[in-house]
Design a protein around this ligand. Sequence first.
Ligand code: NAP
Ligand code: ZN
Length: 346
Amino acid sequence: MAIAKGYAAQAASEKLTPFTFERREPNADDVVIAIKHCGVCHSDIHMVDNGWGQSLYPIVPGHEITGVVTAVGSGVTRFKEGDRVGVGCFVDSCTTCAQRDLDLEQYQPGLVLTYSGLQPGSDLPTYGGYSDHMVVKEGYVLSIPDNLPLDAAAPLLCAGITLYSPLRHWKAGPGKKVAILGMGGLGHMGVKLGHAMGAEVTVLSQSLSKREDGLKLGADHYYATSDAATFETLAGTFDLLICTVSAELDWNAYLNLLKVDGAMVVVGAPEQPVPVNAFALIPARRTLAGSMIGSIKETQEMLDFCGQHGIVAEIETIAIDQINDAYARMLKSDVRYRFVIDMATL
Ligand code: NAP
Ligand code: ZN
């Protein structure tokens, strides 16, 4: 066992404070990673607060992890000491089922979350990236392209793949009108990725305060959802609308922005049920769907795509002792556009 340093919440809604814990000794198929940066996802806040009722404490959040390999087990073939790597939202999965072969392992019951999951064969929680190092099976470690800096690349491991996967699945590209609802950590990655795929991208934000940024990041249009006229102007417009918001919304009003056969994809994860009127769907054969992160294979594909297009997140770097303030600011939509912890400050 090796001692690890990190930050943890000891119970629901408690502040994060310094925490020391044990990481396992590497097995033959493990990679040991010195964590350099970790992005701060809104899911970290839901999980610390036990908003989805599944948290295990103490909780060391963090699933947008980048770092450098410091050691590898004897059976590891794809990584060596010094490699620049990333870890996303899960660190193990069901390896026997057909879904693994389909590269859809994120949708299988055997998924082990990077933090607040159960360590395989134990009743201890997994501990995430707000820490100095971690030990991860080779099959769940990603390569970071050489041209991407480790700090701004960290949010690709969750925010990036969470938008890349539905954009690809619903075929965002030339001729497709894509709306991104919410210009936060996930949303701003959706703007960059959708634009790079060649789609016509519209941001739907609460106000126009981030309009200039949105257009600079690749949006073609930017509308305020606080303006009722937006819903009249854009009715029946989009092939795809990706909702990154977890607050209460008028879901029917957003469904009405889809054209015939359009899809609204839920990636933001509200803590309350979503009220939907059947007649927001039926008269235009619309789809309301969900999407969760992406497989390991698709995450590597996304990282390589970002390497080719020079895409990283817009970040605000913080020291680890600023994490509680960062959460408070995210709850006020006051972040442009992702906090990333510099782990050298631990
Ligand atoms: P974030 O950075 O806090 O962004 C959320 C955005 O939602 C805000 O920037 C804001 O955009 C908008 N918003 C906030 N409050 C709102 C309100 N009351 N009404 C309307 N819009 C509001 O969060 P994030 O890290 O992007 O995560 C967003 C959600 O996705 C979270 O629920 C998270 O748990 C979930 N998530 C899901 C997956 C998945 O696999 N499906 C993966 C990661 C995260 P504007 O200021 O532009 O309005
Ligand atoms: Zn996340």
